[in-house]
Every structure is written in C-alpha cells, then in structure tokens.
Design a protein around this ligand. Structure first.
Ligand code: HGY
Ligand code: MN
Ligand code: MN
Length: 410
C-alpha cells in the first residue's frame, strides 16, 4: 500500500474497545474500573497482552505506568502516544481507553505495512488519570513527568481509606522502572471531547489548544449531632445544611463569573446519615475550573471567604485539604497546527478548542511538544454510561493520530 495512504482498521479498533469494555462492564454499556481495583488490574492485563502481541517491549514503572516501546531506525527519545484505562464509577467505554487502543491500532497498522519509523514509538497508559478514587487526577503521568513526587503519590489515601502503594502492590503493578526519567520526543493523545461542542457545530476533529486549570478541595465540616425533632432551629450546628449551602454557593459563583468557569460538588458524605439526626459531620469536594489562572484563583478566594463566613454563621468548623491544583496548560502551537493540517489533509473539518477535562497530555506539555486530538461525544455525555462516539468518528480520530505520529516520528 502506498505509504501516505496508510490507514487504520476501524473494525479492529472498535473490537478492542468492546473487548476492554467487558472488563468492569456495568448496566447501560458502561464501565467501572476505578484505579487500582481488581477490574483495573484485569483491564491492564488485557492491554499488556495486546502490547506484547504487537511486539512492543513492555515496561512497568514504580507508580504502575505501563509503556510499550516500538523500536525505530534510530535510538533516543520516543514519540509517546498515551492516555488512561482507569474509569470513574459511571464510566463509559471511550474516555481514556480510546487514546490507548488507538495507539495500539497505529502500531498494528505500521506492523501490517512493515513500516519502521525513524524515532521509536511508545504506547502508554498512566496510572489513575481519573483521580476519582485517589487524588490528584493525572497522578501517574504527573509522577512520570516529574510534576508529582513518587512517595507523595504512593502515600495518597483513597476515598475508601486504602493507599496507592498498597493497592499497586496488591494488583501486581508496582513495577521496577524508575519514574521521572523518561523524556518523550513528543506526546500525542487522542481523546473524546467529553462535551457538546464538536457535535453541536458538526465538526469532526478538535485541535486542542490546551487544558483549563483545575482546583479540587476536600472540605470536612464538623457540626453537632442532635435530635431532629426536639432541637430548636436556632440551636443547630448542622453540617448537612452547611454542605448544602456550599453546593449552592459553588453553582451561583460559576454563573456569576461566567465564561468557562465551572463549579461542582460531586462527592458528599454525611454522618451519621440518619433521618432523625442533625448531621455532625460532612465531607465534600469542590471542583473549580477555568481556562484563566487569575480568574480561577479569584474563584478559589471567594469560595474560601464564603466558607469562613458560613462557619461563623452556623457555628461549625470547616477544614480544607487541597486534592489537586493544576494551572492551565497551553499546547505547543506547532502541535495544534499539525493536528489541524493532518485532519484537513484527510478531508476532515476541524476546530481549535480548549479542553474542559484534565488529561495526561497536560503533564507532558512542559517537557516536550504535546498535542491532543478530540473526536465528538454524542450529546456531550461523558462520565456517564451512555458515553458514545460513532465508529466513523473513532476511525477518523485514529487516522489523524496515525498521520500526526508518522510526521513526528519520521
Ligand atoms: O477530572 C478530569 O478532568 C479528568 O476526568 N480526570
Ligand atoms: Mn480521560
Ligand atoms: Mn475522565
């Protein structure tokens, strides 16, 4: 086949996506493979078996990142194709998985055509990108690229009280490879948009300009438990009520700031969580994001000032713990242009856009030319079992990835 008409096999890619989706499958065609659970281990084992079957040299590092290396004509830093295969609890089958399996599809296509690239290639999946069980998100790629200390990551305690280190050992993915040493020649990630923009505008490919800033804070509220029936309202120090006020404040703040500002209270636990007891404990998380660091910082300051006022007014104690804090990241202009050019060269429509979600690519961006390719998410749904991307969009994204990787790797 003429070299520049090389194309991926969409059916093979879809087949692998469907096979991986069987691991941790939940009702509604969804996936639940929280980081470092048994399901995650089984998903890892399957992808590693595919990497080996494709002739990749597989290494596992100290935080459980898995890298499959394909030799090039020359030695040196590889072009890395990465993403993640851990999911949230109501996960779909494409978030993260598409980027890793499209990377394997690129390798399979090059193998079938007997093409050896100039630079080595690597297909990688990084530990705990979601951050849903253990914070911060993008944990594995942050350690891999030197943005987070290995010991800090290994000591992270999950929402269920387990540590990353213990769980890594239990699933057998505490690998021998050192971390923070591998420098990529370039990094490319194919990912579903996870939002409504491309589908709404009828555009096939997103040339991602960067990733917005992320601020995750865990709040612990200490109130006083008392009888729901006998305690006059003025005497209450109600942790449940305080938590509810915070969720309403975050929503109002996002609307007031406008623009790209978003705010979410997604995790909320009350104690003793009983119908007739005023809650004396609440644990909740606040997720604030904005493409502009200064505005994100203002949003944090206004939230923290509100917490102080709320605590004084309700007579509760509110303590804060930062779970994740990443500034906005811009991708290299030449990478954005390359995604655009290769997509347009395939006759695909393109749009430049920032990412609302965090991605492993943002950890590589400070260290090497990094870029992302977006494909449509049906109805903009993600972190939802109904997450769907049509096969023609999956194939289009993977073909753009193939073109970009070949241009980067020679
Ligand atoms: O939260 C995020 O943006 C990503 O899904 N980890
Ligand atoms: Mn993702
Ligand atoms: Mn996700």
């Amino acid at each position: 086949m003429k070299q520049d008409r090389l194309a991926i096999k969409g059916a093979r890619l879809v087949g692998r996506l469907e096979e991986l989706a069987q691991i941790g499958a939940i009702d509604g065609n969804g996936c639940c493979r929280l980081a470092l659970t048994d399901e995650d281990r089984r998903g890892r084992d399957l992808v590693v078996s595919w990497m080996k079957a494709l002739g990749l040299a597989v290494t596992v590092d100290r935080i459980g990142n898995v890298v499959g290396l394909r030799a090039g004509r020359t030695a040196g830093a590889p072009v890395v194709i990465g993403s993640h295969i851990d999911t949230v609890r109501t996960g779909g089958r494409y978030d993260g998985n598409l980027g890793v399996l499209a990377g394997l599809e690129v390798v399979a296509t090059l193998n079938d055509a007997g093409v050896t690239t100039d630079k080595p290639l690597a297909v990688a999946f990084f530990t705990n990108e979601e951050g849903a069980r253990f914070a911060p998100d993008m944990m594995g790629s942050a350690v891999h690229q030197g943005a987070l200390a290995l010991d800090t990551a290994l000591a992270a305690v999950g929402i269920d009280g387990e540590t990353v280190g213990d769980c890594l050992n239990r699933i057998g993915y505490a690998g021998p490879e050192p971390v923070g040493t591998m420098r990529a020649a370039a990094y490319v990630e194919l990912h579903i948009e996870q939002g409504p923009v491309l589908e709404r505008e009828g555009v096939q490919i997103g040339a991602v300009t960067g990733v917005q800033g992320i601020s995750w804070t865990e709040l612990t509220i200490k109130g006083v438990s008392c009888h729901a029936g006998t305690t006059p309202m003025a005497m209450r120090h109600d942790a449940g009520y305080a938590a509810a006020e915070i969720a309403c404040f975050v929503r109002r703040l996002a609307h007031e700031i406008g623009g790209t500002q978003v705010g979410t209270v997604g995790f909320l636990e009350l104690a003793p969580n009983l119908v007739n007891v005023v809650a004396n404990r609440a644990r909740l998380t606040v997720d604030l994001r904005n493409t502009d660091e200064a505005v994100l910082r203002r949003a944090e300051e206004r939230t923290f000032a509100f917490l102080d006022e709320l605590a004084a007014r309700e007579g509760v104690e509110i303590t804060r713990r930062t779970l994740a804090r990443f500034a906005p990241v811009d991708f290299a202009p030449e990478m954005i242009a390359m995604v655009e050019e290769e997509a347009q060269g395939l006759g695909l429509s393109t749009k430049r856009m920032p990412s609302g979600a965090g991605h492993d690519a943002q950890m590589f961006a400070p260290n090497c030319p990094s870029g992302m390719v977006f494909v449509q998410s049906h109805k903009g749904l993600s972190h939802n079992v109904a997450e769907y991307t049509a096969p023609e969009h999956l194939a289009a994204g993977a073909n753009v990835l193939l073109k970009v990787v070949r241009r980067l790797a020679g």
